[in-house]
Design a protein around this ligand. Structure first.
Ligand code: AMP
Length: 530
């Protein structure tokens, strides 16, 4: 089963339906999209690409992105979408590692790529979206070339991890993983159909692009904001014109959308402009979720996944977020929900034995969404997939009803005086202080405690300093979890997907040893650690 068949079938059923919008304007029908994709698939073959070859994609969100994804699969090729914000040298490393036969890019990335390609990627062909060559390749000369037959186990997408520890690794996703993810969305989030649209607000190299087959299955529309980036006003304008828009975004983007809606779009909440705002990829703090719900209504759906089990490990549905009469509501909305039906899920100790409900351990997953392994890296694969279980590197706990609460990445956990401190708990508390706009908590080596807690904060009111935040923490959390040092930043470093780069914060603030901004506590008493 080739995932590109979803496009083929949608075009057969509903050739006239709009497949692609630029802004709120229809650009191509499903018939046109299929013809362009099939023509491009032939063009890629003419450029020397053969089944199984890798096609790197280094460009911003634009209609050609969708065409290149589906044309590559149509021709039996493997896509390697590269984070478009990476330095050209980092992109070149990925393109070399996967031995890309061809790289598709756009004007804004062309010069940077040319520079590295001359040096490192001499054998790779470059195709520029929007060029005369691209236009010729998508022109439709004759009958539509059929979609190549593929096995579900054939490689479809090489997803390079963000590489915060060492070099990025290529997660191997076959058609099977994309199909399982697509069906999971339809079964448990929304069975999106012909009256639905997805809007590509987040980078297509990540979740938004991985979701594209979800919106092919029943011939939904694929909307590209004309600006090519996330702009809350533009997204709302388009959604108000088209209606039934679903989108995937990182929590930071959802927060911006919510802030825009509550500041300027009082009437939007009650309309059908948005169907689902799916968020994930990083923590959504409870206060932010409550604010977002106030602004947008019950359209928010959380997913927890990772490249290694794309977009599909657990989900927290609208009905749970809506049920604020439930006495367990606060705990529910602080969780990442329950396992997708396609996933076997457990929380285990280092030996793989299940933890009792409520106790934290590493999250492991099994099922058809789990990657085939890391590209040409059997050691990393063996360390990550054991007995068929994917060890996610995330720490969490399950409750009696199967709700999973994520603590942190295991490498982000701070161990102070032999006790685990989960940065997210500290972040949740600090975010309740009215002046704190953003916060990220990291650990710093400490001769007395092993590690101590450091808070990197962005405040709206410059008069709020460490003493005030410390007093707030004293009033709201166990003493030993309190940050011992505060750094006040203008903004937190984030990657292209809106994820806070804790590795950058650690590099800057965890090795430095400034005077603690707040005096250390006297040695902890045992009961303080309960
Ligand atoms: P990536 O492979 O880049 O998509 O990153 C996946 C990681 O992001 C996961 O292993 C989690 O640590 C984090 N993550 C994903 N979804 C969520 C979520 N809903 N809440 C908190 N963290 C998340």
């Amino acid at each position: 089963m080739n995932i590109a068949l979803l496009l083929d079938r949608a075009a057969a059923h509903s050739p006239q339906r709009t497949a692609v919008y630029l802004g709120a304007e229809p650009l191509y029908s499903y018939r046109q999209l299929r013809e362009r994709v099939a023509a491009l698939a032939s063009g890629l073959t003419d450029l020397g690409c053969r089944a199984g070859d890798r096609v790197g994609i280094v460009m911003g969100n634009r209609p050609e992105y969708l065409e290149v994804l589906f044309a590559s699969w149509w021709a039996g090729l493997v896509v390697v979408p590269v984070n478009a914000k990476l330095h050209p040298g980092e992109a070149a490393w990925i393109l070399q590692d996967c031995e890309a036969r061809l790289v598709v890019t756009d004007q804004s990335h062309l010069a940077g790529l040319r520079a590295v390609m001359a040096a490192d990627l001499a054998g790779t062909t470059l195709l520029v979206a929007g060029s005369a060559q691209y236009a010729a390749m998508t022109a439709v000369p004759g009958p539509v070339r059929p979609c190549l037959k593929a096995r579900v186990s054939d490689l479809a997408w090489l997803f390079y991890t963000s590489g915060t520890t060492g070099r990025p690794k290529g997660v191997m996703l076959a058609h099977r993983q994309l199909l399982a993810m697509t069906l999971s969305y339809h079964a448990q989030i929304d069975a999106v159909g012909s009256e639905d649209r997805t809007l590509y607000a987040a980078p297509m190299s990540h979740g938004a692009g991985i979701y594209s087959p979800v919106f092919m299955l029943n011939g939904s529309g694929h909307v590209f904001p004309a600006s090519g980036r996330f702009d809350a006003a533009e997204v709302c304008d388009i959604a108000q014109v088209l209606g039934n828009v679903s989108l995937f975004a990182a929590p930071t983007i959802v927060n911006r959308l919510a802030a825009h809606i509550s500041a300027s779009r009082a009437g939007l909440k009650g309309t059908n402009a948005f169907r689902a705002i799916v968020y994930g990829g990083g923590p959504m703090y409870v206060d932010d979720l409550i604010r977002a719900r106030e602004a947008m209504g019950d359209r928010l759906v959380q997913i927890y996944g990772q490249g290694e089990s794309p977009m599909t490990i657990t989900t927290l549905g609208r009905e749970v977020i809506a049920n604020d009469a439930d006495p367990r509501w606060m705990a529910r909305i602080a969780s990442v929900g329950t396992a997708f039906a396609a996933c076997d899920l457990a929380v285990v100790d280092p030996s793989g034995a299940p933890m009792a409900p409520g106790l934290a351990g590493e999250i492991v997953v099994r099922g058809d969404t789990v990657m085939m392994g890391y590209w040409r890296n059997p050691q990393a694969t063996a360390a990550t997939i054991r007995d068929g279980w994917l060890w996610t590197g995330d720490v969490g706990s399950l409750d009696d009803d199967g709700y999973l609460t994520l603590k942190d990445r295991s490498k982000d956990v701070i161990i102070s005086g032999g006790t685990n401190i989960y940065p997210r708990e500290v972040e949740e508390v600090l975010l309740r202080h009215g002046a704190v706009r953003e916060v990220s908590v990291i650990g710093r080596a400490d001769s007395q405690w092993g590690e101590s807690v450091v808070a990197c904060v962005v405040v709206d009111d410059a008069s709020v300093g460490a003493p005030e935040l410390d007093a707030f923490c004293r009033a709201n959390m166990t003493g030993f979890k309190r940050p011992k040092t505060y750094h006040f930043l203008k903004g937190l470093p984030k990657n292209n997907n809106g994820k806070v780069l804790k590795s950058d914060l650690r590099a800057t603030y965890a090795s430095r040893s400034p005077e603690p901004a707040v005096a250390f506590e006297p040695p902890l008493k045992r009961e303080d650690r309960a």
